[in-house]
Design a protein around this ligand. Structure first.
Ligand code: ZN
Length: 187
């Protein structure tokens, strides 16, 4: 299948406290294709918050979930879900499908091949140091606190394939945070 024409929709649902109660086959298959295979049985009842490492991103998700529950609006958010060798531009729809059920549905908008970025290779050897990558746009936080596209960051930080790389931790960059909050909470 040509992934650019990937017609699948990736769905998972959580209850109001963030426990995963459902994931569809496409979502599970997508995890498998991207080196994070997860069986449905081991996924159910785990918390969405466990897979999000930083407090700011949790907070953004919490606000979005609260909002869809209160207003029954659907919220649409573009995000990146890159692998080492491609940039994936995806769209997420968050909606409240029943009073106790919040649904996250994602689909592919566009996929671009690139030279593999070893920093994003899940099999690369890792040091115990951390780099923060934005969950939404996949920019990397530099030492002086500004954020760079991953390819640029790799060049500037001199992270090459034959060395141990820092671990990645996910966060939200100020641009994405402001744009999400402004777009959805500024009425
Ligand atoms: Zn960002």
């Amino acid at each position: 299948m040509n992934p650019i024409d990937d017609p699948r929709t990736f769905i998972f649902q959580v209850n109001p406290v963030g426990s995963i109660v459902f994931a569809n086959d496409d979502w599970l298959a997508f995890g498998q294709e991207n080196d994070s295979p997860m069986a449905l049985e081991s996924l159910l009842n785990t918390s969405l918050w466990e897979s999000i490492s930083d407090i700011e991103t949790c907070h953004v998700y919490e606000l979005l979930m609260e909002k869809v529950c209160q207003t029954h609006e659907h919220i649409y958010l573009p995000f990146r879900c890159d692998s080492a060798s491609c940039r994936r531009y995806m769209q997420m729809e968050i909606s409240c499908v029943s009073p106790e059920l919040i649904q996250f549905k994602s689909w592919m908008l566009k996929e671009e091949k690139r030279e593999p970025v070893t920093l994003l290779n899940s099999e690369a050897k890792r040091l115990d140091t951390f780099l923060t990558i934005c969950s939404w746009c996949k920019k990397v936080q530099m030492e002086d606190k500004h954020w760079e596209e991953v390819e640029e960051a790799v060049k500037k930080l001199g992270l090459f394939s034959d060395m141990y790389l820092p671990k990645l931790t996910h966060g939200v960059c100020p641009v994405c945070k402001e744009s999400i909050l402004e777009q959805h909470f500024n009425e």
